[in-house]
Design a protein around this ligand. Sequence first.
Ligand code: AMP
Ligand code: MG
Length: 391
Amino acid sequence: MIPVKEALDRINTNCLPLEEIQLPIQEAVGYVLATDIEAHLDMPPFDQSAMDGYAVNWNDTIEQYTVIGVIQAGDDADGISLSPGECARIYTGEMVPKGANTVIQQENVIHEDNIIRITDGKAGLNIRSRGEQYTKGEKLISKGHILNPGSVGFIASNGFTHLTVTPEPRIKILVTGNELGERGNPLHPGQIYESNSVMLLAALKSFGFDAETEKVEDDLNTLKIAVARALDTADMVLISGGISVGDYDFVRQALTENGVEEVFYKVRQKPGKPLYFGRKERKVVFGLPGNPSSALTSFYIYVLKAIEGLTNRSEPFLEKTTVTLEHDFMKKGTLTNFIRARITGSTVQVLSHQSSAMLNAWRDSNAILIIPDEFNACEKGQQFEAFKLPL
Ligand code: AMP
Ligand code: MG
């Protein structure tokens, strides 16, 4: 049995970034950039008006200016050159013509026939100079950046059609357990409904990932074949159940016989003590305890960490925060406890129904409270760390 921190460290060193891919830029949000992005052009690419108004060859001694042209959206203003006393009608974003040393917004101009009088103005107004945002060749975004809508737009404004990113892992969920009935069918005596596959898939989807799911019998051969198939197509395999010490718990053996190297088995924690993590080449496998609450806790604490490694994410999916206990709480034993909890403001309440077989508390929880090994009688007002759950 290893401590939680050791388990996380081993996941960290064993989950290597997946081979980069090219994606159309419109599909790239949420992915991690695998290359630096350099500017392909100056931005703006030309001196640009920041207002609807008049581009003016301004001189403090001149009161009236003759309008010699109109510059509309997308016009090349190269053909226009303003001499002293001249101006051109111009709109926001359009190219400022040669000879203009200011743009006067239209609210400060009286326009009669082809003459304007300026009520308020001076040189040097409202021109976005070529390259003031960035210049060609400049690094815009570093490799490792997690693409957000704004950064996608920032890169798209350079004309990029595709981006090189670290892909999402292909994930396979295998659920084991002969006692598991299929939702939609009546249960036989001795059966319970299978719920871990849909719960783990929902958890993945809440972070933007997808998976294939498959139900497998508690039979060594069947399991071995299912594991082999999963390792063929997936980067990450999540197996639910069958990892404890029961006579029908064949997951560990099926993994070993498929050449999966055990990185750890059993962690000093509650829930989820019989957690397994292994690796075959660059592929990683979790044996998640079948108890639903253990499986989901392991997902948040460990599977997300592994996905961070595979996708090369620099920021963790879950935010850690310090919270204050709203009430006394007694933790039994010497394992790290991951507690279903509810944060309100800066305080936290431990929810009822903490058994690893029960999901009740997840309904109301918005956090996983971490009570380290050495704590037992915890008091109201004491501070602990907690992971905030996004959904
Ligand atoms: P196991 O880890 O296979 O020993 O399972 C531990 C407990 O979790 C047992 O009570 C199982 O019935 C339950 N369990 C295992 N897999 C699932 C599942 N996919 N959905 C719901 N409960 C499960
Ligand atoms: Mg089982």
